[in-house]
Design a protein around this ligand. Sequence first.
Ligand SMILES: NC(=O)c1ccc[n+]([C@@H]2O[C@H](COP(=O)([O-])OP(=O)(O)OC[C@H]3O[C@@H](n4cnc5c(N)ncnc54)[C@H](O)[C@@H]3O)[C@@H](O)[C@H]2O)c1
Length: 371
Amino acid sequence: MKVGVPAEVKADEYRVALTPAGVRELVDAGHEVFVQSGAGAGSAISDEDYGAQGATIVPDADAVFGEALLIVKVKEPQPEEVARLAPRHTLFTYLHLAADGSLTRGLMESGATCIAYETVEDARGRLPLLAPMSEVAGKIATQAGAFMLEKPLGGRGILLGGVPGVAAANVMVIGGGVVGMNAAFIALGMEATVYVFDRSIDRLRELDIAFGGRADTCFATTLSIEQRLRDADLVIGAVLVHGARAPRVVTRAQLGMMKPHAVLVDVSIDQGGCFETSRPTTHSDPTYEVDGITHYCVTNMPGAVPITSTYALTNATMPYVLQLASRGVAAAIAANPGLRLGVNVSGGHVTYAPVADAVGVPCIAVDAAVG
Ligand SMILES: NC(=O)c1ccc[n+]([C@@H]2O[C@H](COP(=O)([O-])OP(=O)(O)OC[C@H]3O[C@@H](n4cnc5c(N)ncnc54)[C@H](O)[C@@H]3O)[C@@H](O)[C@H]2O)c1
């Protein structure tokens, strides 16, 4: 199989979808790898590093898409990338389609098979290709929130951990999955007072044990969230319903109950955002204010720390890339039901029900679409 790695083109995105170790694994298994010149630069990986493991370096994205059948990326394709996709291609990357009808339609029109990292599941129903980036994003969420609480940046001017004799800040984490747990651990490490909300009692039990009583776990209801919002300095939104648009957990009306210049960090923004007032932002311009509340809604938070994120991501994706390259899509998804759940679009059809529901198009069975 010919595998292609284009440079990422989304704003402030410095990750790359394959490392030299991945090139070596693919080449040793008999595949050809085409890497766009400079694709690894943001993650401190040179063309020579790739070439030394057997990759062919090509000058531009047109050459990658022209040569390769399996395109491996990090972020959802941008319009110029969608235009390069054809029915012969399999695209393996983050897609987050439930929040983006126009991208979904573009991918349908391309005829390509598009497999979303974030809907691939493991044997226990977890999300193995979302988890490493959720670990990174959770840790960044608290760091970024602490920074944005500083007065010169428009924040309340409160130190997350307080000092002896002065109370710590109150941090609410809504959604106690991978992002939420990591965000809470960093907040606890900074000595904040931490409350974690989730709708799954089993998950709250796990978190209670993990935190060893140092954070409060709270069952998430409109009322329980509203009661705690009044005292919150930093609120981190980290809810997810697999593949679907993010549920809304804080409304615009509820902003009025909050302290002036408190900070909201919406990590779920890639699935459409979990605060009513959220809209996507970039690392270059990460925040805006609504009703006196700072909003931080960067859609590619792990892109800011590519030297960590590229390796964390590719450690997880590598086995799947090898399966797709060695078997082709149809045989790979027949052998791996969790990978089959990653197929969101194929042959002009949406094949993942939560995306079809969110975008308002029919859902076709994966096997019928992949053909
Ligand atoms: N912005 C970024 O750069 C970035 C990076 C990584 C992940 N993410 C996003 O972060 C979000 C969370 O990812 P994750 O890996 O932690 O997911 P996860 O599945 O591990 O956890 C989500 C949690 O939300 C809980 N939940 C669902 N609905 C809820 C509700 N209404 N109220 C309270 N809790 C609810 C679930 O029970 C679950 O525990 C996803 O949307 C993911 O795409 C964003």
